[in-house]
Write a protein that binds this ligand. Structure first.
Ligand code: ATP
Ligand code: MG
Length: 477
C-alpha cells in the first residue's frame, strides 16, 4: 500500500465515526430519502485530516441546499436561518454548526469578485474552490458513503503541507483576489508552503486586490495576526507585493539606512519579531495589533544626529496619534479596542526609561496611573520589544523589567493607583467652599491627584482633604 492509501484507510474509521454523529446521521438519512446527492466539503474535511478541531460543517447538495436544511431542521426541531440571496441555509444542533448550499458553477466578470452563479454538480463546485486542500469532499450517498472525493489530489498536498490552486492560479486569483490573502493566511495558520506557481501568480495579480473590500481583507489580516507565528504571513504579504497594496504604512518600516558608518535596525523585521514574541505569550488580538503598530511612526520621526546617531524622538506620541487613521484606513473598529492600542503604543517606552534610570516610587505611580488595568499587557509588550541579538543586553533588560514589575506590585499594594478614583470628589470641594462647578474645582482635584502620584500625600480621604484646604487657600477660597 502506498502512503496515500494507508492514510485513506486510517481516515475511513474516523469518517465512519463522524458519520454516526447524530447531526450527520440525520443529514445523511435525509439526503438519501430525498434522493439527492450531498457531500461534506471544504475546511471541515481539511481540518479532519489535519486533526484540527472545528465545529462548522459545510454540506454541498446537488440540488436545493435550503430544502434539505429545512427538512433536517424539522427533524431536530431547531431553527434554520435561510439566506435566499446566497442560496444557503444554516442550522445549529448537537454543538455543530451546519451550512447547506446547493452545488454551484461560477463565472466571473473582471470588475467584481461577485460571480455569476448557476446550479452545478459537485465537480463544478470543487472547481470553484480556492485551494486543493479546501476542495476535498466526503460522500454522504449510498454506494460510496464516507469515501473521499479528491479530484486535485488535495490529500497529497495536505501531507506535503502545500497550498496550491486547483485551477490555473492566474484565473483563480484574478476571479477572486481575496484568495491571494487567504493563501497566505492558510500558509501562516497551518505552517504550509505556497507552491511556486501559485505564489508567482499572487505576485502577478497583487494589484487586483483593489476590488476587494477592506473589511474582507482585514478579516484575513486578523487571522494572520492570530496565527502561531504571524511574521510568516507578513513576510509573504511583503514578498508578494500585497502588503504595499493593503497596508503601505507598515512597509515604510522596511529598510536600513547608514550614515557616517552608523546604521539603524530594520524596523520591519524588528516589528515582526516583537509581534511573534507577543504571539508566544498572548492570544489577545489587540495586544498583537499594538505590537504591530508600536514603532509605526519611526519612519516619520527618523533623524540623524552627528553625536547621537539615528534617533526616533517622539515616535511613541506620533504613533499613538497615527493609530486612529490606520484603524480607519483598514476599517478596524474605532472603539475602545482602538483606544487600548493607542494607549499601549503611547506608553511602550515608559517601562524602558524606568528600567534604565533609578526606579522611583513616583515614576511607578505615574505609570500605574496612566496604564491602569492594561499595565500587565504593557509589560508583556515591553518584554517582547527586546529583540537585541546580544544575550547580555537582553538579560539586563529583562531583569530590569522584573525589578519594575516588583516595584509595580509593591506600590499597587500600598497606594492602589491602578484604577485611580479621586479620594475627594468634586461635590465635596463644592460643598465645602459653597461654590458651583468651576475651574477651581478642577484645579484642586488635579493638585490632589498630582500630590498623590508624587508621593507628597497618601491616597486616602483624610490626607486628600487636608491637601484640599491648602490648595483652596492658595486660590483664595
Ligand atoms: P476557516 O473556517 O478556518 O476560516 P475554511 O477553509 O473553512 O477555513 P471558510 O471561509 O469557512 O474557510 O470557507 C469554507 C470553504 O469554502 C473553504 O474551505 C473553501 O473550500 C471555500 N471558500 C471559501 N472562501 C472561498 C473563496 N474566496 N474562493 C473559493 N473558495 C472559497
Ligand atoms: Mg470554515
Amino acid at each position: 500500500m502506498d502512503k496515500k492509501t494507508i492514510l485513506e484507510t486510517v481516515l475511513k474509521d474516523e469518517i465512519l465515526q463522524l458519520l454516526s454523529h447524530p447531526t450527520l446521521k440525520t443529514i445523511k438519512e435525509t439526503v438519501q430519502l430525498e434522493n439527492v446527492r450531498a457531500y461534506i466539503i471544504g475546511g471541515y474535511v481539511r481540518d479532519l485530516i489535519l486533526q484540527r478541531p472545528s465545529k462548522d460543517i459545510d454540506i454541498v447538495v446537488e440540488g436545493c441546499g435550503i430544502d434539505i436544511a429545512e427538512k433536517v431542521a424539522e427533524k431536530f426541531g431547531v431553527q434554520v436561518n435561510v439566506f435566499k440571496n446566497f442560496g444557503t441555509a444554516m442550522l445549529k444542533t448537537h454543538e455543530m454548526e451546519v451550512e447547506f448550499v446547493g452545488a454551484r458553477k461560477e463565472s466571473y466578470r473582471r470588475e467584481s469578485r461577485k460571480p455569476i452563479v448557476e446550479n452545478g454538480s459537485l465537480e463544478d463546485d470543487q472547481n470553484r474552490r480556492d485551494f486543493t486542500i479546501n476542495a476535498l469532499a466526503i460522500s454522504l450517498n449510498k454506494g460510496d458513503l464516507g469515501s473521499i472525493v479528491d479530484p486535485f489530489d488535495g490529500i497529497t498536498d495536505l501531507e506535503k503541507k502545500l497550498i496550491r490552486t486547483p485551477q490555473n492560479p492566474d484565473i483563480t486569483f484574478s476571479d477572486d483576489p481575496l484568495r491571494m490573502i487567504r493563501a497566505i493566511r492558510f500558509a501562516a495558520q497551518l505552517n504550509f508552503t505556497i507552491v511556486e506557481d501559485t505564489f508567482e501568480a499572487i505576485r502577478r495579480n497583487a494589484g487586483r486586490i483593489e476590488i476587494v473590500s477592506k473589511e474582507r481583507i482585514c478579516e484575513e489580516l486578523n487571522k494572520i495576526i492570530m496565527s502561531g507565528k504571524p511574521s510568516t504571513g507578513f513576510e509573504l504579504l511583503e514578498k508578494s507585493g500585497l502588503l504595499r497594496q493593503i497596508f503601505p504604512q507598515l512597509l515604510l518600516l522596511k529598510g536600513v539606512e547608514s550614515k557616517n558608518g552608523k546604521r539603524h535596525k530594520d524596523n520591519f523585521e524588528h516589528t515582526l519579531q516583537v509581534l511573534d514574541n507577543v504571539a508566544e505569550k498572548s492570544d489577545n488580538l489587540w495586544l498583537r495589533w499594538a505590537a504591530l503598530l508600536h514603532d509605526i511612526a519611526k519612519p516619520a520621526t527618523k533623524k540623524f544626529d552627528d553625536k547621537l546617531g539615528w534617533t526616533f524622538h517622539g515616535h511613541e506620541f506620533l504613533g499613538s496619534k497615527m493609530t486612529p487613521g490606520i484603524f480607519k484606513y483598514l476599517k478596524l473598529p474605532l472603539n475602545e479596542k482602538m483606544k487600548y492600542v493607542q494607549k499601549l503604543v503611547l506608553l511602550h517606552l515608559r517601562p524602558i526609561v524606568l528600567a534604565q534610570e533609578e526606579v522611583t516610587d513616583s515614576a511607578i505611580r505615574r505609570l500605574l496611573f496612566d496604564a491602569g488595568d492594561d499595565i500587565d499587557d504593557l509589560m508583556l509588550l515591553c518584554d517582547a520589544d527586546i529583540t537585541s541579538k546580544n544575550r547580555k543586553t537582553v538579560d539586563k533588560y529583562l531583569s530590569n523589567f522584573q525589578l519594575v514589575r516588583t516595584k509595580l506590585k509593591e506600590i499597587e499594594e500600598k497606594d492602589a493607583i491602578r484604577n485611580f478614583q479621586p479620594p475627594v470628589s468634586g461635590e465635596v470641594i463644592m460643598e465645602t467652599y459653597g461654590i458651583g462647578p468651576s475651574k477651581e474645582v478642577g484645579l484642586i482635584k488635579n493638585a490632589i491627584k498630582e500630590a498623590i502620584l508624587d508621593g507628597i500625600i497618601k491616597n486616602n480621604y483624610e490626607e486628600a482633604y487636608n491637601y484640599m484646604k491648602i490648595e483652596a487657600e492658595k486660590l483664595g477660597l
